[in-house]
Design a binder for this molecule. Sequence first.
Ligand SMILES: [Zn+2]
Length: 221
Amino acid sequence: MAFQFTLHVIFMDAQQREYGYMLAGLGTSIAEIFYSESGGAIVLQPQVVSTPVFQQASPAVSPGLLGEVAERHVLNTGEFAQHLGLIIAPRWFKDVDPATSVQWLGVMFDTDTMIADIHFGSGDRRRPRECCAIFTESLNSVAQATGQDLSRLVARTAVHEIGHLFNLKHSIAAQSFMTQTRHITNKVRAFSRFEDHDRLALQMIGQPGFEHVRPGSSEFK
Ligand SMILES: [Zn+2]
């Protein structure tokens, strides 16, 4: 059984479109990775939109602003989330992750768990694990500092955050998409795949015992 999702790739402002040449194929490559890793169980249909209305003086975005963007573009009405959001933003409002001392490259936002003060919609319009964001300015500076290919780092970060939408947890395996940036020792292999238990979860999405994999079904845990 295949589960179809619309993946809304949302550019937050005109500045982000400078990355357009690089990000043009991002949604498609993400969709291909999830399709193959899930054995065809997860079909992501990318839809690229931009929100010039959200141009602002500071490139740093707050949880509230991401919530507004999500509410405008990602609306789920059923029991589960069939619309997923990947917001392309300049920079997170916190410069550095205190736990890791590295810049925030991306976040997944939940109803309560991951970022307590982010809320989008109200009542039954809110769904856990329906949106995430990646930050181009931070990705650019980390890519320059570490000699990584920018488009590869962007794609990997997007796959990592979308992995969280499917309730995948962090890993420390060198080759896993779910390993945090600070643990990546082999930059080439780090891109390559999900670990077996993550791949199994993606393949079994929605099956008995794997209901929690579906975005919107429960909070991240
Ligand atoms: Zn993560």
